[in-house]
Write a protein that binds this ligand. Sequence first.
Ligand SMILES: *[C@@H]1O[C@H](CO)[C@@H](O)[C@H](O)[C@H]1NC(C)=O
Ligand SMILES: *[C@@H]1O[C@H](CO)[C@@H](O)[C@H](O)[C@H]1NC(C)=O
Ligand SMILES: *[C@@H]1O[C@H](CO)[C@@H](O)[C@H](O)[C@H]1NC(C)=O
Ligand SMILES: *[C@@H]1O[C@H](CO)[C@@H](O)[C@H](O)[C@H]1NC(C)=O
Ligand SMILES: *[C@@H]1O[C@H](CO)[C@@H](O)[C@H](O)[C@H]1NC(C)=O
Ligand SMILES: *[C@@H]1O[C@H](CO)[C@@H](O)[C@H](O)[C@H]1NC(C)=O
Ligand SMILES: *[C@@H]1O[C@H](CO)[C@@H](O)[C@H](O)[C@H]1NC(C)=O
Ligand SMILES: *[C@@H]1O[C@H](CO)[C@@H](O)[C@H](O)[C@H]1NC(C)=O
Ligand SMILES: *[C@@H]1O[C@H](CO)[C@@H](O)[C@H](O)[C@H]1NC(C)=O
Ligand SMILES: *[C@@H]1O[C@H](CO)[C@@H](O)[C@H](O)[C@H]1NC(C)=O
Length: 444
Amino acid sequence: MSCVFRSLSTIFVAIFLFTFSITSTEAYDALDPNGNITIKWDIISWTPDGYVAVVTMYNFQQYRHISPPGWTLGWTWAKKEVIWSMMGGQATEQGDCSKYKTSPPHCCKKTPSIVDLLPGTPYNQQIANCCKGGVINSWAQEPNNYASSFQLSVGAAGTTNKTVKPPKNFTLLAPGPGYTCGPAVVGKPSKFISADGRRVTQAMMTWNVTCTYSQFLAQKTPTCCVSLSSFYNDTIVPCPTCTCGCQNNATHPGSCVDPRSPYLASVVNGPGKNSLTPLVQCTKHMCPIRVHWHVKLNYKEYWRVKVTITNFNYRMNYSQWNLVVQHPNFDNLTQIFSFNYKPLTPYSSINDTGMLWGVKFYNDFLNQAGPLGNVQSELLFRKDKATFTFDKGWAFPRRIYFNGDNCVMPPPDAYPHLPNSGSRVNFSILTLLMMYFAFFLLFE
Ligand SMILES: *[C@@H]1O[C@H](CO)[C@@H](O)[C@H](O)[C@H]1NC(C)=O
Ligand SMILES: *[C@@H]1O[C@H](CO)[C@@H](O)[C@H](O)[C@H]1NC(C)=O
Ligand SMILES: *[C@@H]1O[C@H](CO)[C@@H](O)[C@H](O)[C@H]1NC(C)=O
Ligand SMILES: *[C@@H]1O[C@H](CO)[C@@H](O)[C@H](O)[C@H]1NC(C)=O
Ligand SMILES: *[C@@H]1O[C@H](CO)[C@@H](O)[C@H](O)[C@H]1NC(C)=O
Ligand SMILES: *[C@@H]1O[C@H](CO)[C@@H](O)[C@H](O)[C@H]1NC(C)=O
Ligand SMILES: *[C@@H]1O[C@H](CO)[C@@H](O)[C@H](O)[C@H]1NC(C)=O
Ligand SMILES: *[C@@H]1O[C@H](CO)[C@@H](O)[C@H](O)[C@H]1NC(C)=O
Ligand SMILES: *[C@@H]1O[C@H](CO)[C@@H](O)[C@H](O)[C@H]1NC(C)=O
Ligand SMILES: *[C@@H]1O[C@H](CO)[C@@H](O)[C@H](O)[C@H]1NC(C)=O
């Protein structure tokens, strides 16, 4: 008895040490360990009282994109700088420019907040990579469209590389919280190649700032859940009840919409139509997004899975959605139907994670809740005789992200299992422990 107790306490001490050592490291996503947003601040030319700079944000994250309403970038000026004018972006507030009698600056705030301009901005206010409403795609999904730029003319700033100071305390909302930015570091001056490729110019000075994401900082309630089924068991394991909220008529009447309601259209188009707060279809889980994984067929050499993503949010069309799925058989994925696929191999030896996204103009647009609000695909895996089994829930995914947010899985002991499978108890304890580790890896 005491022996059992001792080994149990050893396990818990180990878990404690393990989680402690991980919690102490900052923003870290195990599936995209190098993911970051880099802000490059290039001083292009000096002016009588300051400089002109081009600021470019690069989204070096494999699957996390910046969705509408886009990014907001803030900082604290190191001295008494002002922004005389801007192109391809704007400060959200001008601030107090009363000491300037004629032609006041664009922004006099000590801590300006910058947003992108909208598509359709007149050409004479644009620069390259601007004016996309602050929306940036992820690096893996669109390697040619992962940057966003604006230009600003800074006054009262110093006019040599010895007197200028980089801004401090960069903050990035993209669009919500979750990013932490480091200090500006002096980099090698950027080089710019002219449109015809015949001339190269160089920045006077370049500063880099790196921002990283942490789901823990974002402190989001779940937005997505997973349900499971299989050909070998009739049970459909639903998303856990109340994953993203609870249906409660008493305290939150109208917190969700019944699709059979005769007033559906008027509720959906009612007040808050353009707000970002989801208006979800009434379900037990109340999530805007559900991912269903169905183990569909068993062949001699292969097995087949059907994945369906369903949108329960009446207020959101997800354009350029993506899914990250971890399953040990991804190293033998043979075919994928009607989705794009890219293996993510953060640790080059382990190839168990894939990123899936829609085919352009076919299913890259996940329509709002309703009959069109779903996309689906089938995956064909080649069996690796050494590891393949339908037993112990092996055929189900280990984790799933939708648009970079972790989707809540059903508890492992509820997974559909093979008739008469013997070692359930062992399995659930082991899996619970593994889930426990995975949880801390994931949220740090
Ligand atoms: C940011 O991401 C890029 C691309 O993966 C990488 O080269 C760079 O080292 C990263 N920066 C930091 C500070 O991690
Ligand atoms: C400033 O520019 C001079 C040359 O113009 C260079 O030698 C020096 O290293 C630069 N200093 C900084 C801090 O960039
Ligand atoms: C930067 O932010 C930190 C923490 O919010 C604050 O203590 C510090 O005073 C800020 N620095 C400046 C220059 O605003
Ligand atoms: C600054 O960022 C740009 C873009 O990622 C990169 O090309 C450059 O090497 C970086 N410079 C430094 C000093 O990190
Ligand atoms: C909420 O109200 C509807 C209609 O009034 C009812 O059908 C449903 O069962 C109620 N749900 C809960 C959780 O009370
Ligand atoms: C989603 O797209 C459809 C079709 O393009 C459009 O009718 C609908 O208004 C859009 N919904 C939202 C919430 O933007
Ligand atoms: C990972 O597996 C996929 C699918 O089998 C394969 O296409 C890819 O080349 C593999 N990547 C690595 C780095 O092994
Ligand atoms: C599955 O992939 C692994 C790693 O790429 C490879 O070693 C193994 O031979 C593959 N198995 C089959 C059955 O193709
Ligand atoms: C199917 O799986 C469920 C959930 O694990 C289990 O309760 C049930 O007994 C299984 N059905 C059969 C026929 O084994
Ligand atoms: C644990 O698993 C072993 C073999 O996998 C099995 O023989 C044993 O009965 C299981 N124990 C329990 C309590 O299910």
